[in-house]
Design a protein around this ligand. Structure first.
Ligand code: ATP
Ligand code: MG
Ligand code: MG
Length: 551
């Protein structure tokens, strides 16, 4: 039904394989373990792992761990779990850029010996100032011409912790007048007296992203190093390192447009703020666009992978992707695969006055209207039921085809009932409806009149109480972080979570964490993977029933 969108990288690699320039592709997904993965990362995961899967290659999982201050083991664990959950397998062990610190250090010494790198004593502010601007060339540091011998010695002492943070850096000696600022003697090493989650206290200096990435790709034999467009003007630097070091391979960097989704933040830093400020219930809060949040919300791996196929891969910034496309992907998956059940979110009691108290009746109902491989459900009926408050109106307009005083409606899978009496409490709140059943309407139309409406219901004697969490967008505006002068927190949706004390049909009683259902006429729901138990069921609304995605 949905045709995959163009993926220019896949087309290009297919041509390379057909033309014999490449025999086996090797890609990598290189997250920094400084937060949880989000839907933007899913695009990169599906691209890198997908290429390997579809074109007979392999994909590595490599943690880009050069900034120990912001990184944590917990993030490493979460990232591995997310990639696996999406259904991808990395080739070989989990890799770390820090596995290559010794090699990178040796290569830094190599550049110094070749007169292509030097230790600089300028302060970070001075370095910035000397670097120049887009319109003004940079000027050389007074330390640029220091001897290789001296730089080698200083680098060794930086590594041994003899200097404080910010006192010295190692820089490549490229071109202070280059129109590309990335080539104006970029920093290769910084002093950081930080404990590293992989290397412990071994290092007092850490390599920069630019000095690490391409060489790590080369060491691993990566053929296509795929990254987002912000790195386009880092490519000359990526290539400079590969051309000036005795690396074992020459990977190629290819850029693509990052995913931006409306009503959604895709910045780890901002998502971390939501977590740290306790605006959400952790990184995997079902409102978070993190992979683990979407999982908890009820998204399936297949739906996320399908979404990533639908958006395609281009080099031009595609603007904002409509979140309706994402919800379409999960909705169509659940429509096909989620069993049905009846659940009343806002219960209103109905007493069927012409049904005896000891009346017993159970309907055998298909688990799914189009899936006879799914087990039938048993739906008990009795004298007392619950319907949803929204399915009754005391002063109903003509077009209201649900229940109203004196009006009839069909109970789904059951009889037509008529509302005879409305019972209120002292405060005037409706607390109960007295209705009567037309016993001649089971599986057939009533005599001599049309009853248009069908509503869902649950037998009061058999219904299962449950907590239902109705989630909505976390932000009320399309681009919460567009305006730099407005705090994105101002755009938080105060109704992003509404909790209901609902009553569900008995087939829901044994729901296991992560079981997904369509609550008929209501939406798609998933039993919370952390807190739902059979003693206290908790369902999260994944998505409503109405699809607003226009192709
Ligand atoms: P963030 O900006 O959220 O911190 P990042 O790029 O700094 O993301 P990394 O951990 O370095 O986070 O990302 C790993 C990979 O995922 C990178 O190759 C990056 O290009 C890619 N990626 C990150 N965000 C997106 C996005 N919105 N769309 C597509 N790819 C993305
Ligand atoms: Mg990054
Ligand atoms: Mg970042």
């Amino acid at each position: 039904e949905t045709t995959p969108a163009p993926n220019f990288i896949r087309n290009q690699v297919r041509d390379e394989i057909a033309g014999g320039q490449v025999t086996k592709i090797v890609t990598r997904f290189p997250p920094e373990p400084n937060g949880f993965l989000h839907i933007g990362h899913a695009k990169s995961i599906c691209l890198n792992f997908g290429l390997a899967e579809q074109l007979g290659g392999e994909c590595h999982l490599r943690f880009d761990d050069t900034n120990p201050a912001k990184e944590e083991q917990a993030y490493i664990d979460a990232i591995k779990e997310d990639v696996s959950w999406l259904g991808f397998e990395w080739a070989g062990p989990v890799r770390f850029a820090s596995d290559y610190f010794d090699q990178l250090y040796a290569w830094a010494q190599h550049l110094i010996r070749e007169d292509k790198a030097y230790v600089d004593d300028l302060s970070p502010d001075e370095i910035r100032e000397y670097r120049g601007t887009l319109t003004e060339p940079g000027k050389p540091s007074p330390y640029r011409e220091r001897s290789a011998e001296e730089s080698l010695d200083l680098l060794e002492r930086m590594r041994n912790g003899e200097f404080g943070e910010g006192e010295k850096v190692l820089r490549a000696k490229i071109d202070m007048a280059s129109p590309n600022i990335n080539l104006r003697d970029p920093i290769l090493y910084r002093i950081r007296h930080a404990h590293h989650h992989q290397t412990g206290d071994k290092w007092k200096i850490y390599p920069s992203y630019d000095f690490t990435h391409g060489q790590s790709d080369a060491i691993e034999g990566i053929t296509h190093s795929i990254c987002t467009l912000e790195f386009e003007d880092h490519r000359p630097l990526y290539e400079w390192f590969l051309n000036n070091l005795p690396v074992p391979a020459k990977p190629r960097q290819i850029e693509f447009a990052r995913l931006n989704l409306d009503y959604t933040l895709t910045s780890k830093r901002k998502l971390k703020l939501l977590v740290d400020e306790q605006i959400v219930d952790g990184w995997d809060d079902p409102r978070m666009p993190t992979i683990s949040g979407m999982r908890r919300r009820g998204y399936t791996p297949a739906s996320i992978r399908k979404f990533c196929e639908m958006i395609g891969v281009t080099r031009s910034d595609g603007g904002l992707v409509d979140i309706a496309m994402l919800t379409h992907a999960i909705r169509s998956d659940l429509e096909d695969n989620a069993p049905r059940a009846m659940c009343v979110l806002k219960p209103l009691k109905v007493v069927l006055t012409n049904v005896p108290e000891d009346h017993e009746e159970v309907y055998e109902v298909p688990g799914h209207p189009a899936r006879d491989d799914m087990p039938m459900r048993k739906v008990p009926f009795g004298r007392e039921l619950y319907i949803d408050q929204d399915d009754f109106m005391e002063d109903a307009p003509k077009k209201f085809f649900r229940l109203a005083p004196g009006k009839e409606v069909r109970l789904r899978n059951s009889y037509v009932i008529r509302c005879d009496e409305v019972i209120k409490d002292d405060a005037g709140e409706i607390v109960e409806l007295r209705c009567s059943v037309d016993f001649d309407t089971l599986g057939k139309n009533p005599e001599g009149r049309k009853v248009k409406g069908v509503i869902h219901w649950v037998s009061a004697a058999h219904g299962v109480p449950m907590e239902v969490r109705l989630y909505d967008n976390l932000f009320m505006v399309e681009q919460p972080d567009r305006d730099k002068d407005v705090d994105f927190l101002e755009h938080l949706n105060p109704e992003s979570l509404v909790v209901c004390n609902a009553i569900g049909e008995p087939s829901l009683a044994s729901a296991a964490p992560e079981d997904r259902f369509q609550f008929e006429r209501v939406g798609y729901f998933c039993a919370d993977r952390h807190v739902s138990t059979n003693d206290h069921l908790v369902f999260n609304r994944t998505v409503g029933l109405k699809d607003s995605w226009a192709k």
